[in-house]
Design a binder for this molecule. Structure first.
Ligand code: NAP
Length: 333
């Protein structure tokens, strides 16, 4: 009998999502129903937004108690009861945090692993990673050549790609990250113009030094005090793009608003939020351009991999403590 090992929600987190919120359980699998396929999951995507799915209510889809954690994944079909979906086909979809997913094909998309390795379809070519970054830059932030562009969580999955696209588009790019290892990563490996360590430096003071005329575009992934510090130094006609706010996700009942928002009025600046799925027509072009950069090696898309489904329970804590550089994945088996 074939089995599946899955990560389920055992306790709703209060504050940080710690490993005891999850339980790893193995079940025997029933025979496939018509139209279903069975997928051996290779990689599971770990996303900041997953924390907001564990509350029981909110903007994102929610995980019920005892339910498999919702997550994007990539894998290979190992059994099929669906026409046109052959064993061996590589696929991507909402596979969940588990080793073997039994799913209807409507949830799946075929992927071409001759273009990029399967894991890249969750990272630089993934909807909630590279495509989110591309849409955020090209459809919302739209930095001009010569602009000072600042991005937070800049060494993470979305931020590292967003900063590289802004750099390609001619902006001067400053990344905000936690710790010296990450500031070095931004300037020495990703080619950012400068980096600020928000854990050990005064962000407002550093911005004054690095960008005396202010920040033209801020691409924010973290919210909280970092958002305030950059708002304080936004340029005339500047733009703040709210991609996310990870600093708020552990306590969404008490979100801290930006106390510096009056800088928007003083500097005739704007603030605009978005989700990648608000721009469905741009997902194809985003994918095509990102795949071109992957093929010619002109984009750096690092991945941080935790090996084994048993490590999923620590994954969110690892991310929320700033452990990852690049896209965080769990290798399921
Ligand atoms: P990620 O950037 O790979 O990882 C999150 C990073 O956030 C951590 O590595 C950590 O880096 C930083 N961080 C954690 N807690 C923080 C805090 N309290 N204050 C400041 N920084 C903190 O994660 P991701 O999955 O790519 O998500 C990045 C952002 O994009 C999230 O806000 C997410 O919700 C958003 N997102 C938006 C969309 C959309 O459609 N709008 C889609 C996908 C994701 P440091 O070491 O630098 O602190």
């Amino acid at each position: 009998m074939q089995t599946n090992t899955q990560v389920i929600l055992a306790n709703r987190p209060v504050g940080e999502a710690t490993p005891d919120c999850f339980s790893v359980e193995t079940e025997e699998l029933a025979p496939l129903a018509d139209g279903q396929v069975r997928v051996a999951v290779d990689y599971i995507s770990v996303d900041a937004g997953t924390r907001t799915m564990l509350r029981g209510e909110g903007f994102h889809m929610q995980v019920e108690m005892g339910q498999t954690i919702l997550a994007g994944g990539v894998g290979r079909i190992i059994e099929s009861a669906a026409d046109g979906w052959e064993v061996g086909q590589a696929v991507r979809g909402g596979l969940g945090a588990q080793t073997v997913a039994t799913v209807p094909t409507e949830l799946l998309e075929k992927i071409d692993t001759s273009i990029a390795p399967a894991s890249a379809y969750l990272g630089v070519l993934g909807a909630s990673t590279g495509i989110t970054a591309w849409i955020g830059i090209r459809c919302v932030a739209k930095p001009n050549a010569g602009d000072v562009f600042v991005v937070s969580a800049a060494a993470g999955a979305v931020g590292s790609i967003a900063g590289q696209i802004a750099k390609r588009d001619g902006a001067t790019v400053i990344g905000i990250v936690g710790g010296a290892k990450k500031t070095a990563y931004l300037t020495e490996k990703l080619g950012f113009d400068a980096a600020i360590d928000y854990k050990n430096e005064n962000v407002t003071e550093r911005l004054r030094e690095l960008a005396p005329n202010g920040v033209n575009v801020f691409f924010d992934n973290v919210g909280g005090p970092v958002l305030d510090a950059v708002l304080d130094h936004i340029a005339m006609h500047g733009k703040v793009v709210i991609c996310g706010a990870i600093s708020q996700y552990d306590d969404m009942d008490n979100v801290t608003g930006p106390s510096m928002y009056l800088r928007l009025a003083e500097r005739q600046a704007t603030m605009e939020g978005y989700a990648y799925f608000h721009f469905p027509d741009h997902i194809g072009p985003a994918m095509a351009e990102l795949a071109g950069w992957v093929a010619d090696g002109s984009i750096i898309a690092d991945e941080e991999v935790l090996e084994g489904i048993d490590r999923y329970p620590e994954a969110l804590q690892f991310m929320f403590n700033g452990g990852n550089i690049g896209k965080l994945l769990v290798k399921a088996s």
